[in-house]
Design a protein around this ligand. Sequence first.
Ligand code: ATP
Length: 335
Amino acid sequence: MTAGGTGTGRTTAVRARGVAKTFGDVVALDHVDLDVEAGQVHGLIGPNGAGKSTLLGLLLGLAVADAGRLEILGTPVGRSLVVPAGVAGFVDEPGLYPSLTARQNLTAFSLLRGGPVPDVEEALDQVGLRDVADDRVRGFSLGMRQRLGLASAMLDRPRLLVLDEPANGLDPAGRRHVNTVIARLAEAGTAVVLSSHRMDDLAELCSEVTLLSTGRVVFSGPVEKLAAETGDLDHRLRTTDVTAAAGLVAATPGLRLVPAEDRTWTDPEVLVVRGPAAALDALVARLVGAGIGLRELGPVVPPLEAAFLALTADDDDDDRDGDGDHHHDAVRGAA
Ligand SMILES: Nc1ncnc2c1ncn2[C@@H]1O[C@H](COP(=O)(O)OP(=O)(O)OP(=O)(O)O)[C@@H](O)[C@H]1O
């Protein structure tokens, strides 16, 4: 492998330092740092317009940065739209030939790229498209095109795979195929950088995530660290005795009931409780001790989603006009 070594035995697939990109007045990327190692699945998340596709486009050589340093597979990427061999993927939707069948598309791509003829059948199989291999791509749904795009990208056994929202339009079976393919590639040493709006995919696939907000990195680190970034979460509590449970919540140090008017839903049988995990544990012990049945206790909003919302909460006041008045302090998760 020719990718740059870090000196720690790991291999760096992407190293970005202070990468910036503007479109007119719009600051799409504002001095972004990114590190992705071989064999790592790294998720890019952030609200619409945060800069994810722009960053992925730089990794694919679809555009060049205005400032900063970018190294891909150990090679510095300068001012030209050239990235080293071994990089594959797509931004927005994969480019496919609509008048050709799925199989013909893959064969055409492998011929265009030259080199050894890859196993087209195996690629079709892995993304679950063998049954429609002879259908024209013109009639394919978005999810099928996404899967074919992934099959095309994996033909070259890339060392860096870049995918823009690969879960877009996928049904549950398609999602399983795609996630399995991505996990297998990473196991074999491919570095994968993908964007997603799906927190469940991130939790399942990614070891590390970078959260962008209005072009800036507001978090970068392990997924579990991001989930822990929020304070005390609101929890739904359903028991066999709502009145007695409310009394026990009030009597448990560190816990408080969230008033019904603060919620977007009402269910008289469900209490919303806020407090640290240890206090919730104490509450469960009290409920059990009092002979009250516990039917449900879980976060109202999943921890990853809560962290995302908390760290991007200022987006309405964003600072795309470049006057330097940003609202976030980047959080760096310990790797
Ligand atoms: N070619 C372009 N010309 C002008 N503005 C652009 C261009 N590409 C991106 N932008 C702007 O740059 C910002 C970042 O866009 P980008 O597509 O990278 O965000 P994103 O995080 O991928 O969003 P989404 O989740 O909606 O796909 C947005 O404000 C967008 O309007």
